[in-house]
Ligand binder design. Sequence first.
Ligand code: ADP
Length: 182
Amino acid sequence: EEELKGVIDLYKTSNPDYEQEKDMLQSILQLNDITVEEIFTHRKNIFSIDSASETKDIIEKINRSRYTRIPFWKDNPENIIGLLNVRSLDIDLENHEKSKQKIFSKINKPWFIPETTNLLEQLVEFKKRKEHLAFVIDEFGELLGLITLEDIIEEIVGEIVDEIDAPENNFDFNNSGKLIIS
Ligand code: ADP
């Protein structure tokens, strides 16, 4: 691994795009030196739903969520009982008991991983299990946070701004309705 890193370092290029390629290659070689604990989203920033909430509140939270995957908890926010992928739901949820049943039928078992897992192991596991999100726990089983596939990919390629998270759209329409991209 050290030799490989050395070779990549020595690779000389005047093209700035290839510099990025070099950085990415170096980052890939560092994945097994970084643990999930170093990059996860802390539990205090998790957007989640109390499973005991009223149907209308659950629907309201789902509609308001900027996240695709929403954890559900019972009794306290650190006791995660399942994970909902919003995309698995119908577009319009109405406020009645049937909707609650529908939502709950789509909640999947949460996947917990130890804080000591390294990013390479986690990337391989995400791929193997076809999952995108895991909950990080400590040695006592306490919830520390969550990590997604995107968090690991960002370690390699740098920050990715979600189309929904973008602070402002850098496009506009001109008077004849044509799209202008600045
Ligand atoms: P999405 O598909 O919802 O945009 P990503 O998997 O792309 O989510 O993750 C984007 C970022 O948001 C990552 O840093 C991830 O840790 C974080 N994240 C994902 N889901 C949640 C959630 N329910 N609450 C808080 N942070 C989340």
